[in-house]
Design a protein around this ligand. Structure first.
Ligand code: HEC
Length: 162
């Protein structure tokens, strides 16, 4: 549910610890004739390391998801609090993040989204939890469809206009 920060750090630390030994072994492998198939030889000569790094990078991006800074406001966007934001929040978020919520299910008290002002205070966090490809909020099944989350992304990226 939460942003998996500790999970992201572990592989990098492991990589750093193993680097010394790995490069010695690689150097040896690169000087001996390729007795094994091309792929394995390439792996030994460091391509494996690059592939691993690229895979790590992709995993990292996926784990972080999209941010409000990385999402351009499409020119001509017509989404407003009136025609989109208020209803989206009421339907998807206020049951836990509302002043009147009777069961917050653990939603932090400082994260209420009843008013445009409250939303504007937290646009970056709302984005990384619920907009576009981000779907850790609302928690559990019954996420709003991607189309709706893309509209949320657009509305927030364009400044959460009234
Ligand atoms: C079923 C209850 C529930 C619903 C519905 C819900 N949340 Fe949450 N929310 C939580 C809980 C519990 C936490 C604290 C745990 C956590 O951060 O994962 C939380 C925390 C948050 C936080 C603060 C943590 C952070 O990452 O900064 C934000 C922002 C947030 N939710 C956004 C939303 C948005 C936007 C919606 C609607 C799309 C939503 N939530 C719907 C229960 C809910």
């Amino acid at each position: 549910m939460g942003i998996p920060t500790p999970i992201r750090r572990a592989p990098r630390a492991t990589f750093r610890r193993n680097r010394g030994k790995g490069s010695e072994r690689e150097a040896a492998a690169c000087h001996s004739p390729p007795a094994v198939s091309g792929d394995v030889a390439a792996l030994r000569c460091g391509r494996g390391l690059r592939v691993t790094l690229v895979a790590l990078g992709v995993a990292l991006l996926t784990a972080c998801g999209q941010t409000i800074e990385s999402y351009p406001c499409p020119p001509g966007s017509t989404l407003t609090y009136q025609n989109f934001g208020a209803a989206f929040m009421r339907l998807q978020c206020l049951s836990c993040h509302g002043e009147a919520s009777r069961d917050r299910a653990g939603a932090p008290g400082e994260f209420n989204f009843d008013t445009l002002e409250q939303i504007q205070r937290h646009t970056a966090r709302i984005f990384v939890r619920a907009a576009a490809s981000n779907d850790s909020m609302p928690p559990g099944p019954g996420d709003p469809p991607l189309e709706e989350r893309n509209r949320l992304a657009e509305w927030l990226a364009c400044g959460a206009r009234p």
